[in-house]
Design a protein around this ligand. Structure first.
Ligand code: EAX
Length: 330
């Protein structure tokens, strides 16, 4: 009798064990946090609003998202780490900072890589983009998509940039991204790495002479209020990646995952549309505010100056990324 009741206990214990050990699946209704560093008016926010709206509709209100802009939950580094430990569910992050966690993404950060917005979208929405999204998984992240087919351009208080020599001695705020820092050093500037949330004050107090970002962001963050010159030199893609925490993903049911992934394309399309429109609007407003806007006529000397950056960063890459670079250059 004793042996029998022991056996029954053992069998029932084995039966419930998986339930005890599995990551607690989300209950019926869930609320996910999506975070980023830019203003509530920025395309990162309109993208997130579209995603939240679609997910809520497709889940009959059982899946909700709260949007946390303007570095409310921390800078991009904090947000990436937050996803890795599961305290932040989704993040819209610059490719620059994301590549500090997923080095393969740096192939998209190489200077003067993309010819235009269309080229960026074709590459990031194509086989190369799909493979790069898979490359984030070993870092406890889930890659949902790329967007923001716009470019980062320099802005400063000292002089217009028409040739590499014009960067000489310019203290430029950059993201804490080694590839970006090395590139602007190669162009002759003095890079100053600074979290995004501290930039407006640094420009106002003149602890830096300038910064670089998409016209949409130079506008949404009102940096133009404390700057004089914008030079339409597309040094870097200002591409962004939408990521989810793997810990969060693992808690979702297959149906909930499907609702998220099927809602992403429309949300990213809104992000692209608003970024391109706000880039235009931003340049108009900056012109209206008296900023001098110039377009360097010859990119060749700039390309020449940054050539060593390709060698330095590609040599560290796996072969498939080197091949992807060759593809992109075609
Ligand atoms: O991704 O830090 C930056 O300049 C980024 O553009 C910003 O965080 C948004």
């Amino acid at each position: 009798m004793r042996r029998r009741s022991l056996l029954v206990c053992l069998v029932s214990l084995l039966a419930i064990l998986p339930l005890l050990t599995a990551a607690p699946a989300f209950s019926q209704s869930i609320t996910l946090k999506i975070a980023h560093t830019t203003a509530p008016t920025h395309p990162y926010t309109t993208m997130a609003q579209k995603l939240a709206e679609q997910v809520k509709a497709k889940s009959n209100g059982s899946m909700n998202m709260t949007i946390h802009p303007a570095s409310q939950l921390g800078g991009e580094r904090d947000l990436m780490e937050g996803m890795q430990v599961g305290t932040v569910d989704l993040v819209s992050c610059s490719l620059g900072v994301a590549a500090s966690f997923v080095p393969e993404l740096n192939v998209l950060n190489l200077p003067f890589l993309f010819k235009n917005a269309k080229h960026y979208s074709e590459v990031t929405n194509g086989p190369i983009g799909k493979r790069l999204l898979k490359a984030v998984e070993p870092k406890r992240l889930v890659g949902l998509g790329f967007y923001a087919p716009v470019f980062r351009v320099p802005q400063n208080n000292v002089r217009p940039i028409a040739a590499p020599a014009d960067f000489k001695g310019l203290r430029l705020r950059l993201m804490e991204v080694p590839l970006h820092m090395d590139t602007y050093k190669a162009l002759g500037a003095s890079p100053v790495p600074l979290p995004f949330g501290e930039l407006y004050t640094a420009l106002q107090l003149k602890t830096v002479d300038g910064n670089e970002n998409a016209p949409a962001t130079l506008y949404s963050e009102r940096f133009y209020e404390v700057q004089k010159f914008v030079s339409l030199l597309p040094v870097f893609s200002n591409g962004a990646i939408l990521l989810m925490s793997q810990a969060t993903w693992n808690k979702l049911t297959p149906a909930q995952r499907e609702i998220i992934t099927s809602s992403v394309p429309d949300a990213l399309a809104v992000g692209d549309r608003d970024y391109l429109a706000m880039d235009e609007k931003g340049l108009q407003v900056m012109k209206g505010a008296g900023l001098q806007i110039n377009t360097p006529s010859d990119l060749a000397p700039f390309r020449e100056a940054v050539k060593p950056i390709y060698a330095k960063y590609l040599e560290k890459m796996p072969d498939w990324v080197k091949e992807a670079f060759q593809q992109i250059q075609k």
